[in-house]
Design a protein around this ligand. Structure first.
Ligand code: NAP
Length: 312
């Protein structure tokens, strides 16, 4: 990792502080030079109110990492790409699939890297699970069951954007499960039906059920629920000819055919910044919209169910 890229971070909120800033500080391939946020600032770097001011004042920046909610992802990414910067997108990479496809095209035309990051794909269990499922030993895929349930009041206290159009509702965590499933299965997954349970006072669902099918015919079912507590359930069970693969705690634990598998220590965000560095250095992009496409398909085809007001 020879080249050190000058980096700007935009949208200093929960995930920027919890994960991005510590991961960047520990990453020799990036130097955090400046941040942009309307209400927050980061000590030790130059701070601006918005991405426009940051780009205007910091022409020597190489790369921008976008950590604001998805509704503003497109405008921010467009501004950064038009300024010739390499761009890393938090998940979800946009509020719509077409936005992300367009950004990818613009990045290509500009010769910039676009990295649509999926942090859950960097969970420790993901690569061992993918490798086993791709091996002859696993045999054929028989079924997939995803249970992604948590208490929204615990994990998203006071966040309003999750309930607004483009905020995804329960798919904000659910898309993490879909990012894992689309990475580890040896088949593509098609959505066949969905139900979306939406409070009468929100624009986005508080719960959802997805019925999908893998291209070998195996059923893939996902249940997402934000009315769950107090202990969250971020589980994926996959049946194969050779037994069950179980992922627990969002990819922190793995068992295969009844045996616990020893995993590397957790390092999702450090791994994402390593990947971003590698992509820039090798002049590539990494843009996989399949998790977002499944969510969009659920909104396209899902049967709506109205439920009691959330009381936001
Ligand atoms: P957040 O704290 O609510 O928002 C991040 C920051 O974005 C806010 O503090 C705000 O800073 C800025 N922002 C909000 N609305 C904006 C707008 N309309 N225009 C410009 N800036 C705006 O959200 P978060 O939890 O960090 O989530 C941000 C993204 O990270 C989401 O896509 C989420 O899915 C993803 N993510 C979150 C988590 C998590 O655990 N929270 C985990 C993984 C990924 P200013 O007010 O200072 O501008």
């Amino acid at each position: 990792m020879n080249t050190v890229y000058k980096l700007g971070v935009v949208g200093i909120g929960k995930i920027a502080r919890d994960q991005h800033l510590p991961a960047i500080a520990a990453q020799p391939g990036f130097e955090l030079v400046a941040c942009a946020s309307r209400n927050a600032s980061v000590e030790g770097v130059r701070n601006y109110e918005d991405i426009g001011a940051l780009l205007a004042a910091e022409p020597s920046l190489d790369a921008i990492s976008l950590c604001a909610p998805p509704q503003v992802r497109y405008e921010q990414a467009l501004a950064a790409l038009e300024a010739g910067k390499h761009v890393m997108l938090e998940k979800p990479p946009g509020a719509s699939v077409s936005e992300v496809v367009a950004l990818h095209d613009i990045a290509r035309a500009r010769g910039c890297t676009l990295f649509a990051s999926w942090h859950s794909r960097a969970a420790s269990a993901v690569e061992p699970a993918r490798a086993w499922l791709a091996s002859k030993e696993a045999g054929a895929l028989r079924s997939v069951e995803v249970r992604w349930k948590e208490d929204v009041r615990r994990w998203h206290p006071g966040q309003q954007w999750i309930w607004e159009p483009g905020g995804l509702g329960v798919f904000d965590p659910g898309i993490n499960a879909l990012s894992i499933v689309t990475r580890i299965l040896p088949h593509e997954v098609a959505l066949r039906a969905a139900t979306l349970t939406t409070p009468s006072d929100t624009s986005t669902p508080i719960a959802a059920e997805l019925d999908c099918v893998a291209t070998n015919g195996a059923p893939v079912r996902a249940v997402f629920d934000w009315r769950h507590g107090p202990v969250e359930e971020w589980d994926i069970d996959i049946e194969t000819d050779a037994g069950r693969l179980s992922m627990r705690e969002g990819g922190k634990r793995l068992s295969i055919a009844g045996k616990d598998i020893a995993l590397q220590a957790e390092r999702e965000y450090p791994a994402l910044y390593e990947r971003f560095h590698e992509l820039i250095a090798t002049k590539q992009s990494d843009v996989d919209v399949r998790p977002l496409a499944l969510v969009a398909d659920a909104f396209l085809t899902g049967r709506p169910i109205e439920t009691e007001p959330f009381g936001r």
